[in-house]
Design a protein around this ligand. Structure first.
Ligand SMILES: NC(=O)N[C@H]1NC(=O)NC1=O
Length: 175
């Protein structure tokens, strides 16, 4: 497969082979290449917003089971994978942008405890679009959203996945 040099334009997106499209958009939803397999069939796209919209619609239309699987594929923020350097490149960049690499020991303890408590209640990790937040708003979100019910948190989590997805697409395709 010919490699693709990023970023690309929307007309280049429309001209990619199916295989190239799947490879380029494989991780716009964390560790969920199935989305690109579906969305490639919706080509051609008029513009970048239409491409983003197709991924958002995909996320709305999948089964509850797939939504839960997607939520569970996300790494904890400032968690074990981050400490081991085992995040995807995308997630590592997002966590860095939010300032999560520079937590004080006290903030790290709060994050660890709050992440654990959240996961014990909902059975999936706390998800927030890190690039639209900073350490303080992430910690506040973790604590505030803990009091929601599971249905609310599935909806909120998937909405955050949509924001993460859109920013990842905008890193790939120039507007
Ligand atoms: N847990 C969680 O929110 N993880 C994600 N958030 C984000 O912006 N990138 C991620 O991997």
């Amino acid at each position: 497969m010919a490699s693709v040099t990023l970023p690309i334009s929307i007309s280049e997106v429309n001209s990619l082979s199916d295989e190239q499209f799947e490879a380029v958009f494989a991780n716009v939803i964390e560790l969920w290449p199935n989305a690109a397999k579906e969305v490639k069939r919706k080509r051609p796209f008029q513009n970048v917003p239409a491409l983003c919209e197709a991924f958002q619609t995909y996320l709305e239309d999948i089964t509850l089971e797939d939504k839960l699987t997607i939520l569970k594929l996300h790494p904890d923020l400032a968690g074990r994978l981050a400490a081991r350097g085992e995040l995807t490149a995308e997630s590592a960049g997002e966590q860095r942008a939010a300032g999560l690499e520079g937590l004080t020991p006290e903030q790290k303890k709060i994050m660890d405890e709050s992440n654990q408590r959240y996961k014990a209640k909902f059975d999936f990790p706390f998800i927030i679009c890190a690039r639209e937040n900073k350490v303080q708003s992430i910690i506040e979100g973790l604590q505030r959203r803990y009091s929601n019910n599971k249905e609310q948190e599935i909806t909120t989590g998937i909405n955050e996945v949509k924001k993460i997805c859109k920013l990842r697409i905008l890193d790939i395709v120039k507007n």
